[in-house]
Design a protein around this ligand. Sequence first.
Ligand code: PLP
Length: 467
Amino acid sequence: MSTLEEYRTRIHENDKQLLSMIRERFSLADRIAEIKRTKGMPIIDTDAEQSAMENFVQTATQLGVDSTFARRLGELVIDQTVQSENGNGLKQSKDQLLKQVVETALKLTSEGKRVTRFEIGEPNFPAPPQAIRGLTETFRKNRIIGYGPAAGLLGLRKTIAEELSAEHKTRIDPDQVLVTPGGRFAIFATIASHVSQLEHVVIPQPAWPAYEECVDFVKGRAIPLSTQLENRWEIDVGRVEDELRKGARMLILNTPNNPTGKVISKSKFEEIIELAQKYDALVLSDEVYDKYVREKSPSILECASENYVYVNSFSKQFGLTGWRIAYLVTTKEKAIQIRRVIQTIATCVPAFTQNAAIAALKKGRREAQRHVNAIMKKVEITCRELSKIDVSFYKPEGSFYVFPRANIENFDSAKFADQLLEHYRVTISPGKAFGDYPAFFRLAVSLPAAQIPSAVQAIGKVINAWS
Ligand SMILES: Cc1ncc(COP(=O)(O)O)c(C=O)c1O
């Protein structure tokens, strides 16, 4: 055998050993996962990951292997290990879980069955007439509706910038504003333009599942930070700092929160933003429920001037969910980066929708807020009714959701949702859609007020009959 062939043969042998050792690593990880599951511990443990990475880099340095290469290899192996611990692609999409309930409700309704819909996260009020006039005006004035700027019409960006500047006592330039086809798109565009493969995104939970979905989509790593009802759903700032110190790329905040209705206190919000700035992490602040409050929810627009993205939407404020129009505010530099995603995927939001949005902002605010206030009253009715049955819950300070837990050991809200639908035709969203909360369920309170007492009573009956 020539020396060349001999070396190649040895390399093949080497690769075999490398792969069999990696295989062994995954088997060990599976055993760790089993222990974590039996002990009820979370699968993701970023401390353990960090120590594994340090070991990788240290050993590489000792062996004279390039440390950048070792880090890349470490990231790959660790990511694959986490996937293996998670059951390799068996991770159920939480977003899908949420959608399934909506689809079931829609199917039953289309079959003519009466369903009490406590699951649907959209306000049930009509579009402001001003918005409809804004829309039809566009067609009256223009026979051709062409492509528009990817950032959005200047008229709308100006209107948004003026309104937000006045509301938050700050100065926002229209070039900092982007109009997007929905808040979900604004969130996706932010994540897609800022998070690279394997980068960490810290998401306090319970959380709207789309965040994790977007992070998964770009192959980043969603790092859940669970919060507890017993602790009034308070975010643990120390744990946020731990994750930021370990190099998380982004932190997502959602106040008022879907599904808990929690509003983060101003002082805690500012403390978290300060930490994010210190560790150079981007903060995505989702404030789409900011009009569903009695007392103002803190805004990123009042405490950050860099490394932030603010998201809001016409969906919840104006009852325009199906119109697909929202906006984000960030620095001018980041706006250019995020605009590329809009341009690539959506081209632009249609001009008629944007003109409707201008009219809604300028003339439809009062009318829409009346509807929003009516929904908040229904949240109160729901809480009053819930206090009569065997559940524990945090009284929401904002949004139109309540996130109760049945006071029963080993309660499974997914099974509960099926029983509730089967026996009483009431739909709810199971807690698992928002994180590791199998005993909780979300009520979205946009159904007619008259339906609330009997629907909550039905919930109480199914809980009482639980075995
Ligand atoms: C917390 C949160 N953020 C953002 C959105 C996005 O809404 P849209 O895409 O309709 O603007 C939703 C919708 O349910 C939400 O619950």
